[in-house]
Write a protein that binds this ligand. Structure first.
Ligand SMILES: Cc1ncc(C[n+]2csc(CCOP(=O)(O)OP(=O)(O)O)c2C)c(N)n1
Ligand SMILES: [Mg+2]
Length: 332
């Protein structure tokens, strides 16, 4: 049974991305970072409603996985899900508009920062209920399997969500029906303020997939290259009708659980040590060391993305508030 558990190690010698691949990945990593930084800034000014759970530090997981998805593939994610939406091709303008309660937002401004859904992008929804997106993705995978068209479903959730019943039910059903779904557990070591070691005895959460006979991979979630290669393997299995995969990506959120969280539960040294393993920093270093992109090219791409985010925000700020006639539409 232990054969089902894999510790994914990147083959440094065999790794080869083109300059174009590196440009795309670097741009998307920065797109998410810039979007999240801007969101924190705007939130501080009181211009956004709801709660904001920043994704800064975990970007490599969304980018490494979503680069293997098509628009038609299904995806669910948590309240920390704007990064995943961007990685799957969502429009930053419509995301900002949603977060600011504007008519042009993905859910016409009624969802806010925690509830992004977009049919045209295959995004079945971010979710404020811990673990609730997991069975929804399994439903998407069942649809995909019946269509027999190679579609897959991916669900992103946290370490804390693996203690929810919905996680276990969803894994079992996906295993028994051999559904094309990739379960991505972003283990950022904390569930709100509770360290994972105080709630789970397993050293690796991927062991939980093995219990349901699901191939399960542990990967460095801050190395976008490793996440990408592991995700490719899993997504290809799904498309080929070989069933589900669980991926545990070890990562870290650099900011608090949510905006305004009193960070008394972890040390400055711990946060600092993880900042040294920042996913953008690591990828930048690789591009330079391998001679794929130089400092100037990396900075130019980064600046372009930061300007794009600034423009999207300014446009969203000027956009229309929902009309009074919309007050009872899309409300259940
Ligand atoms: C069913 C349910 N229980 C509790 C909560 C409160 N809550 C919100 S986020 C969170 C922590 C979840 O941690 P994890 O799954 O590790 O995800 P992370 O926030 O670290 O990305 C909790 C307990 C909730 N939203 N839903
Ligand atoms: Mg967590």
């Amino acid at each position: 049974m232990q054969d089902l558990l894999k510790f994914y190690e990147l083959d440094e010698q065999g790794w080869s991305w083109s300059e174009a691949d590196c440009r795309n990945v670097w741009s998307t990593l920065n797109l998410i970072r810039a979007f999240e930084e801007k969101s924190v800034d705007v939130y501080k000014q009181g211009l956004m409603g709801g709660s904001l759970h920043p994704y800064i530090g975990q970007e490599a997981v969304a980018v490494g996985v979503c680069m293997h998805l098509q628009k038609t593939d299904y995806m669910t994610m948590t309240y920390r899900g704007r990064g995943h939406a961007l990685a799957k091709g969502a429009d930053p303008y419509k995301l900002f508009a949603e977060m600011m309660g504007r008519e042009d937002g993905y859910c016409k401004g009624k969802g806010g920062p925690m509830h992004i859904a977009s049919k045209e992008d295959g995004i079945l929804g971010a979710n404020g209920i811990v673990g609730a997106g997991i069975p929804i993705a399994v439903g998407g995978a069942l649809t995909a399997k019946r269509r027999k068209n190679g579609q897959v479903a991916v669900t992103f959730f946290g370490d804390g969500a693996t203690n929810q019943g919905a996680f276990h039910e969803a894994l079992n059903l996906a295993a028994i029906l051999a559904l094309p779904v990739l379960f991505v557990c972003e283990n950022n070591l904390y569930s709100e303020m509770t360290p994972i070691k105080d709630s789970v005895l397993n050293e690796h959460l991927a062991e939980r997939g093995v219990a349901y006979r699901i191939p399960s991979i542990v990967v460095d979630g801050n190395d976008v290259r490793a996440v990408s290669e592991a995700a490719k393997w899993a997504v290809d299995r799904g498309r080929a009708g070989q069933g589900p995969t669980l991926m545990e990506a070890k990562t870290y959120r650099q900011l608090g659980h949510m905006f305004g969280d009193a960070e008394t539960y972890r040390t400055k040294e711990e946060v600092e040590a993880w900042k040294q393993k920042d996913p953008l920093l690591l990828f930048r270093k690789t591009c330079i060391e391998r001679g794929l992109l130089d400092e100037a090219a990396l900075d130019e791409l980064k600046q372009g993305v930061y300007s794009q985010i600034e423009e999207a925000y300014e446009r969203a700020k000027q956009s229309a508030e929902p009309r009074m006639e919309e007050i009872f539409t899309d409300v259940y």
